[in-house]
Design a protein around this ligand. Structure first.
Ligand SMILES: Nc1ncnc2c1ncn2[C@@H]1O[C@H](COP(=O)(O)OP(=O)(O)OP(=O)(O)O)[C@@H](O)[C@H]1O
Ligand SMILES: [Mg+2]
Length: 360
């Protein structure tokens, strides 16, 4: 299967109404040729609707979709040359693996020798050449998944659209297939748009992630940028976990902002949303940025509410005197170093660990 540079995909003001309900709300998005873009968001946020609008199975109520500068908004799905793997990846149960993969080529009226060659190539790509004659029910979940991928790739689509392709698989298999899918993406150089609500999958695979909520893209960026600089409470908590500290902004000296909180002043290195004296601020703080014991730019007394030893690390929840709860994720060498529930501890973190975010 040849690699291709491809064309960009642009969405302008894309909306989808179901009666009065807005499943997609004025989406603007440009997808670069060859990009691996993931749509990530909670259930019902509009991920599948957006993907199906791209595929042509959902007709937008407003807005346009352009590929390489040409509108495809009115183009039928089969004319878009997009490969699609649906949520649940249903294969035709009565057809063999090879017949399943051949199906899109038969529909397109290719002749037999060409179909056979392309099917063999697609099956080799997903490492299923040896199982071509089996029926879907004779395959594992991961193998069925690969057949669905081969079927979506066999006609050399310009774009591959994947809706929770690994949703039905167990964790280990998901992980293996994520790596394979990434390699496949590199090898083919085509545009992949993947839908998931698994944040680890999104982080591991994507060039960029679009975080969706209630039919909108609330933040778009490289996984690392989204993780390091979430703009809102929702994103800070959806992509990884976050603690939140609310307070009022006081003085700023040498890049350090003092934020007055229920537990007294907190030092914050002015990361994230700009804040000025007198503002209400919301600071997000990752559980792994917190330490037990003194040190760091901020230290607060707290009481342990729960403490769980997980082998490589421990997860604790504590509450400060001011009543703020914190989740802590900290490396720990031995289970007996874990503080007891009810113990008084000191919680510390650096001023560079907090990011000011907008309340949703
Ligand atoms: N045909 C339809 N008629 C009415 N409402 C619909 C229809 N299809 C989707 N919706 C609604 O639109 C919203 C977005 O649905 P969508 O399937 O895009 O969500 P999703 O982000 O893919 O969720 P999930 O993670 O559960 O798959 C949901 O509230 C859903 O109930
Ligand atoms: Mg969905």
């Amino acid at each position: 299967m040849s690699t291709a540079a491809g064309r960009d995909i642009r969405l302008y003001g894309l909306s989808k109404f179901y009666g009065p309900f807005k499943a997609l709300d004025d989406i603007d998005l440009t997808i670069a040729p060859g990009e691996f873009l993931t749509l990530l968001g909670p259930s019902g946020s509009g991920k599948s609707t957006l993907l199906m609008a791209l595929a042509g199975f959902v007709e937008p109520s407003h807005g346009d979709i352009f590929v390489g500068g040409r509108s495809i908004t009115a183009l039928a799905p089969e004319k878009r040359n997009f490969g699609v793997v649906f949520q649940g990846y249903a294969l035709f149960p009565h057809m063999s693996v090879a017949e399943n993969v051949a199906y899109p080529l038969k529909v397109r009226g290719l002749d037999r020798p060409l179909i056979e060659a392309k099917v063999a190539e697609a099956l080799a790509l997903v490492q299923l050449d040896a199982l071509a004659k089996r029926l879907p029910k004779q395959l594992s979940g991961g193998q069925q998944q690969r057949v669905a991928l081969a079927r979506a790739l066999v006609f050399s689509p310009e774009v591959l659209l994947l809706d929770e392709p690994m949703g039905a698989l167990d964790k280990k298999l998901r992980h293996d297939l994520q790596i394979e899918l990434r390699q496949l993406h590199r090898k083919l150089g085509r545009t992949f748009v993947n839908v998931t609500h698994d944040q680890e999958e999104a982080m591991a695979m994507s060039d960029r992630i679009a975080i969706m909520r209630a039919g909108r893209i609330v933040q778009l960026g490289a996984p690392r940028d989204l993780y390091d600089l979430p703009e809102t409470r929702f994103v800070a908590d959806f992509l990884g976990k976050s603690n939140f500290i609310a307070g009022r902004v006081g003085e700023t000296t040498g890049g350090t902002v003092l934020v007055e909180t229920a537990d007294g002043p907190i030092r914050h290195a002015a990361r994230g949303r700009p804040v000025k004296t007198g503002d209400e601020a919301l600071l997000a703080l990752r559980p792994q940025a917190l330490r037990l014991g003194p040190g760091g730019d901020n230290a607060l007394p707290a009481r342990v509410e729960t403490a769980i030893f997980l082998g490589t690390h421990a997860e604790l929840t504590v509450r400060t005197a001011g009543g703020t709860p914190f989740a802590i994720n900290t490396p720990i060498e031995r289970a007996d170093a874990l503080p007891a529930e009810g113990a008084d501890v000191t919680l510390s973190w650096d001023r560079t660990a907090t990011v000011a975010v907008a309340e949703d």
